[in-house]
Write a protein that binds this ligand. Structure first.
Ligand code: C5P
Ligand code: C5P
Length: 458
């Protein structure tokens, strides 16, 4: 069956029910997936309730109700089908909408999974959107949320643009009129709210001599071009400067990179702007900052707040979410600084570090991803921390880069296999994966993962 056929089958199952429970993941992709499904279903007259969980594992399984007519797992579930079987739900009462590596069980659940059909760059929100559109074409207003989910899960990062089915969803959003595409613009994070010096200096995808990691140097660079803070000492943001100012900055950056012999192939990326959001100083104006705001709710135990934002609450929920965002940004900065300052241990094939209970286990993976380009990006990074739900367990997060994947490394496989050996569980993607393991197994586990990566490269 094709992905479109799986979507149609899932919709036929949904239409047979009038009460649905949605179990979704707490990150930006999980939150947007949940909002898309829950809005589309309620527009079709179906009652929904939503439950967010950090991951489907033995500690969270109890959150899945036994009495639901139909349970839709979104942005999780594909890799945990044998665990779902413990709930004894009828196969026809379970739909999985996901993009993680699938581990099918005998139960025969209705699974709609982008990855299974070879779409590596379509997130769960993209799949949820396909379901919503199949339910009713009028749901194309939800394309915007699907784009946020895809960007939140970094589906655009490797190619610096969305591709495949995600690109078609983008076209829906542009056609509907709430999305604007800024094609091949400067590849920086924070175009709507980050002061230009910070946006240029701290974008870890680019290594610009005299700018990257050098805030005073960046300010001097901008001042030389005549771009200066206003009378209140506020620097402009990328989104607000003129086309000629942008051209001037890009030309100067290209000159500096070429002079230093640096490749310029990651200098340009697509940005997705939302025309129905406030223009000035709003983190909701572009997809990547919007996704960060949702992560700052979900990863800090407030996924329902993120859902309110997705549903359009720009009053009380927005005020609260904005505070969450500030805290989240500070915390990520701290995690990154801690990893860089403490330094990682190096084995033959991986880098690793234990950060103890300093940071929530939902945040550590983000820090790991960001630290990678400051360390040795040729080796995958493995960060451990205390599992907040059970201090006898350890949460593991791994991240690597596309060129390492191209050599045969698969983090999802490495963590799943190694965790299973010690009675833990893992999942995710080739490029980013996570696991929970018993604390007592930490040392052996790290060596086991190192060996697995060595075998994958052999
Ligand atoms: O649940 P899951 O798919 O949502 O988590 C995605 C995580 O994987 C994100 O935190 C993102 O940072 C990471 N990722 C990545 N590089 C990619 C794709 C995903 O680091 N190319
Ligand atoms: O938690 P972290 O951001 O490191 O997760 C990276 C990826 O691994 C995500 O896609 C997440 O859903 C997945 N994961 C998993 N099982 C776990 C932990 C993480 O499938 N036990």
């Amino acid at each position: 069956m094709s992905l479109a056929e799986d979507v149609r089958e899932a919709v036929a199952v949904i239409q047979n029910h009038n009460e649905v429970t949605i179990i979704s993941h707490i990150d930006a992709d999980g939150i947007t997936s949940e909002t898309i499904l829950s809005l589309a279903l309620s527009r079709a007259g179906i009652n929904t309730r939503s439950i967010f969980i950090r991951q489907l594992d033995p500690l969270t399984l109890h959150a899945v109700p036994d009495d639901s007519q139909l349970t839709i797992f979104s942005d999780l579930g594909s890799g945990q089908q044998s665990l779902i079987m413990e709930k004894n739900l009828f196969p026809d009462d379970v739909i999985i909408v996901d993009h993680h590596v699938s581990q099918p069980a005998d139960a025969g659940y209705h699974e709609v999974n982008a990855l299974t059909h070879g779409y590596e760059k379509l997130s769960a929100a993209g799949v949820a959107y396909m379901v919503a559109k199949e339910l009713d074409n009028a749901n194309i207003d939800l394309a915007k949320l699907a784009i946020i989910g895809n960007v939140g899960d970094m589906m655009d990062r490797e190619d610096l643009c969305l591709s495949g089915p995600a690109r078609e969803i983008l076209a829906d959003g542009i056609g509907y009129g709430n999305i604007e595409l800024w094609e091949r613009d400067l590849n920086i994070y924070g175009i709507s709210t980050r002061p230009l010096p910070q946006a240029l200096a701290y974008t870890d995808d680019l290594l610009i001599p005299g700018i990257s990691q050098d805030l005073p140097g960046t300010k001097r660079f901008l001042q030389r071009l005549g771009i200066v803070p206003d009378e209140r000492k506020h620097w402009p943001v990328w989104q607000d400067i003129s086309f000629s100012e942008k051209q001037m900055i890009v030309t100067a950056i290209v000159e500096q990179m070429v002079a230093a012999g640096r490749p310029v192939n990651r200098l340009f990326a697509d940005h997705y702007l939302f025309l129905d959001e406030k223009m000035s100083q709003s983190p909701l104006r572009n997809a990547s900052e919007y996704a960060t705001l949702l992560n700052s709710c979900g990863r800090w135990s407030r996924p329902a707040l993120g859902d309110s934002i997705c549903r359009g609450d720009r009053g009380g929920a927005y005020t609260e979410a904005y505070k969450m965002l500030k805290n989240h940004r500070n915390c990520i900065r701290e995690v990154l600084q801690y990893i860089v300052d403490t330094g990682v241990s190096e084995l033959s094939h991986i880098l690793y570090l234990h950060v103890g209970d300093r940071f929530p286990d939902t945040i550590v993976g983000i820090g790991a991803g960001m630290a990678l380009s400051r360390l040795n990006p040729q080796k995958p990074i493995l960060i451990m921390c205390v599992d907040q739900m059970d201090p006898e367990n350890t949460k593991v997060s791994m991240r690597t880069k596309p060129d390492v994947i191209a050599q045969g490394v698969n983090l999802q496989e490495a963590l799943c296999e190694s965790a299973a050996k010690y009675g833990g569980s893992g999942g995710g993607h080739r490029i980013a994966a996570g696991a929970f393991i018993p604390k007592t197994a930490e040392k052996e586990f790290v060596y086991e993962v190192n060996e697995t990566i060595r075998r994958q490269l052999a």
